[in-house]
Design a binder for this molecule. Structure first.
Ligand code: C2E
Ligand code: MG
Ligand code: MG
Ligand code: MG
Length: 279
């Protein structure tokens, strides 16, 4: 009897696994088709100067705009895109579109705007330099206005290789951002050996401000360290006025979050910029 039970539960497990494999293969095929149809489009979330409230740039956040008009979020497809390596093509499309978009904004007179693009660990190879260089050339952007967001997980993989890739990218003039700062294997050593320009404080630390004393202390410590090291800081996930006031008091340079705006399509971003000119 025990044997029978074991066998049937194993079979249930097996068929569920088979279902999962099928689902994953289906998603992989859909992503592949979506890439061919250019359905992966960057949305833009404004980044604001904390002191003046002006839009200073945007983070490009990919959305999957399917044929039926439905919009997919990164959590639904980035993991599979990473496992299958499709994130390389996806990331390149997002980088190209983002640079073209920034170029258009610069041409319209908003030449101060910067754009930051997320780089997956899978994309972080020697090829990245070649890709970024050709995208800069083809889009005609000012490389100083392009920021590449990488995470601490990327950096800890191979220190020498990472240092080399980052130095090459820095020589192109692009800025390097540590995304989700404080959540990975944060090592101050990285700040010492890598050419980092910007720290993006993870929203889990912004979340508890002002109630959670630990969050407040961590954020103010990051800000004062960054000031000493002449690193620029962006606070991510700012949702309340209290959080903004805290960041103003602690001289954080930039913020982004739902308090200002969620990520929006390029056309809506332009409307926000336009509103600003009127003010
Ligand atoms: P991330 O780079 O840390 O991006 C910030 C995420 O926080 C975005 O989620 C954004 O919509 C969300 N967010 C912004 N402000 C707030 C806020 O005030 N409250 C809350 N609760 N959330 C806020 P999204 O767009 O779903 O992206 C999730 C993650 O997917 C990104 O995290 C990034 O790691 C990845 N991702 C997005 N676009 C790309 C891409 O083009 N390439 C790669 N490789 N990864 C991407
Ligand atoms: Mg990011
Ligand atoms: Mg982040
Ligand atoms: Mg993240």
């Amino acid at each position: 009897r025990a044997k029978e039970q074991k066998r049937s539960s194993w079979m249930r497990f097996d068929s569920r696994m088979l279902e999962q494999v099928k689902e994953r293969l289906k998603l992989e095929r859909l992503i592949r088709d979506g890439l061919e149809r250019h359905e992966f489009i960057p949305y833009f979330q404004p980044r604001f100067d904390v002191q003046t409230g002006e839009i200073v740039g945007a983070e490009a956040l990919v959305r999957w705009i399917r044929e039926d008009g439905s919009v997919g979020n990164p959590a639904e497809f980035i993991p599979v895109a990473e496992e299958t390596g499709l994130v390389r093509d996806l990331g390149e499309q997002v980088l190209i579109d983002s640079c073209k978009q920034m170029h258009a904004w610069h041409e319209m007179g908003y030449s101060y705007l910067t754009i930051s693009v997320n780089i997956s660990a899978v994309q972080f190879t020697e090829d990245l330099y070649t890709t970024v260089r050709s995208v800069i050339e083809e889009s005609g952007i000012n490389p100083e206005k392009l920021e590449l967001e990488i995470t601490e997980t990327i950096m800890m993989k191979n220190l020498d290789k990472t240092a080399q890739i980052l130095r090459e990218l820095a020589q192109l003039g692009v800025k390097i951002v540590i995304d989700d700062f404080g959540t990975g294997y944060s090592s101050l050593y990285y700040l010492k050996i890598f050419p980092i320009d910007i720290l993006k404080i993870d929203r889990t630390f912004i979340d508890g401000i002002p109630e959670d004393e630990n969050d407040g202390n961590i954020v103010s410590a990051i800000l004062s360290m960054a000031k000493q090291m002449k690193l620029h800081v962006v606070a991510e996930g700012v949702e309340t006025d209290e959080q903004l006031v805290f960041l103003q008091h602690h001289q954080c340079e930039e913020a982004q979050g739902f308090l200002f705006s969620k990520p929006v399509a390029a056309d809506d971003f332009i409307v926000m910029l336009g509103d600003e000119m009127v003010v």
